[in-house]
Write a protein that binds this ligand. Structure first.
Ligand SMILES: Nc1ncnc2c1ncn2[C@@H]1O[C@H](COP(=O)(O)OP(=O)(O)OP(=O)(O)O)[C@@H](O)[C@H]1O
Ligand SMILES: C[C@@](O)(CCOP(=O)(O)OP(=O)(O)O)CC(=O)O
Length: 392
């Protein structure tokens, strides 16, 4: 029933996708348009409760064009990456029937139907916290649901890859490997799940957000510069990464924190003084540190050290720790007074080194699950009556 005289309908789907943090980084492309990398990479997916994108996609015969709102502001969909994702999902669209709403869409109708997309990130966008990974994975996953796409997750990851490379890894939970592939058309460049989020669930991941300002250099242009100017990148891609990928896969499968931490380096002093690594750390293309503690107990000891050294600027602990706030009480830190009473860590040689205000806030997270559909209509970001983003 798509005639102009019929009452117009709006069909919607809402999904939520996690971010991921690479422990073996993707850096450098061999094909810019298809987003094909020069090396394999491995990441851990973060709990979507703490860091995720939520996206509603809507289709209606009354929409004259495709439109998108990100965090309440309309943005252009004309970019090649958004267009690739839309095109690839549309190509795979199938018949959809919603009996309750009396909507019937034939496979071939999808070519003519336009979509409205509204997305919201529950963390800062374009600040080096992989918003593009969560965002593009969520767009592809949710469009796929709306259009009843039947492809397996490998295929979806390959489409998400064309939106942003790291997005292909956010299609799965747990630990994920992006296999670079060999084919020129990118058909074998996709992500696979190594283990799900329950495999190594005592890991605690604390992100120190040093700056949530928009980065000056995007990963896209940063890695382009590296490809063009660094004679070392080839050596990394061809020699360093392949052997590390194997070691990292073994470390993950065996929950071998020592190997895992050695590969991505150490939180130097403490790990040295303990003799065996307690915490691993990694950075993406930005200033924010991602700290990975081997278990909850270690995470509380880490947090005491972090808050001793980086006390909050404002006298408010609640806004200083986002995500899983319960880590604060586990560490015995209920109030600013508790933070002020923290003793200097024994391994610290210059105990007066405190850097108030250097960290904006922390986010406490853990390995998390992959994308999912949010069926409860209250999560929808598009108003089904108007077809427009809510609250704009
Ligand atoms: N929820 C979303 N839905 C769709 N697109 C998004 C979403 N969030 C971010 N993006 C896209 O990703 C871009 C930001 O990506 P960019 O790579 O610059 O930053 P980042 O992903 O936060 O950092 P990095 O990838 O280096 O960790 C935005 O300008 C927008 O185009
Ligand atoms: C440092 C990284 O986070 C780089 C991520 O780069 P993007 O995936 O954001 O780049 P594009 O493919 O150009 O969109 C490392 C990683 O996630 O593996």
């Amino acid at each position: 029933p798509m005639g102009a005289t019929e009452p117009q309908w709006v069909l919607m789907a809402t999904g939520r996708s996690p971010t991921n943090i690479a422990v073996i980084k993707y850096w450098g492309k061999r094909d810019e348009a298809l987003i094909l990398p020069v090396n394999d990479s491995i990441s851990v997916t973060l709990d979507p409760d703490h860091l995720s994108a939520t996206t509603t996609v809507a289709a209606s015969p009354s929409f004259p064009s495709d439109r998108m709102w990100l965090n309440g502001k309309e943005i252009a969909l004309s970019g090649g990456r958004f267009q690739s994702c839309l095109r690839e999902i549309r190509k795979r669209a199938r018949d959809v029937e919603d009996e309750k709403k009396g909507i019937k869409i034939k496979k071939e109708d999808w070519e003519k139907l336009h979509v409205h997309i509204a997305s919201y990130n529950n963390f800062p966008t374009a600040a080096g916290l992989a918003s593009s990974a969560a965002g593009l994975a969520c767009l592809v996953f949710t469009l796929g649901k709306l259009m009843n796409v039947n492809e397996d997750y490998g295929e979806l990851s390959s489409i998400a890859r064309q939106g942003s490379g790291s997005a292909c890894r956010s299609i799965y939970g747990g630990f994920v490997k992006w296999c670079m592939g060999k084919n020129d058309d990118g058909s074998d460049s996709m992500a696979v799940q190594l283990v799900d989020e329950s495999h190594w669930d005592d890991l605690v991941i604390i992100i120190a957000v040093v700056s949530s300002k928009q980065k000056e250099t995007s990963s896209t242009s940063g890695m382009r510069d590296t490809v063009e100017t660094s004679p070392l990148l080839q050596y990394r891609a061809q020699t360093v990464v392949p052997s590390r990928i194997l070691k990292m896969e073994d470390a993950i499968k065996n929950r071998d924190f020592e190997s895992f931490a050695r590969i991505i380096s150490l939180v130097e002093k403490w790990n040295h003084s303990e003799g065996t690594p307690q915490v691993a750390y990694t950075f993406d293309a930005g200033p924010n540190a991602v700290l990975i503690a081997r278990n909850r107990k270690t995470a509380t000891l880490l947090l005491q050290r972090l808050l001793y050294t980086f006390p909050p600027q404002e006298n408010d602990l609640d806004s200083y720790m986002l995500g899983d706030k319960s880590i604060l009480s586990d560490a015995g830190l209920q109030s600013i007074a508790d933070v002020e009473a923290l003793p200097a860590p024994p391994e610290m040689k210059a105990p007066n080194q405190k850097f108030k205000g250097d960290v904006s806030y922390f986010i406490c997270s853990r390995p998390g699950a992959g994308p999912k559909v949010l069926t409860d209509e209250s999560h929808a970001l598009i108003d089904s009556a108007t077809g427009l983003a809510k609250g704009v």
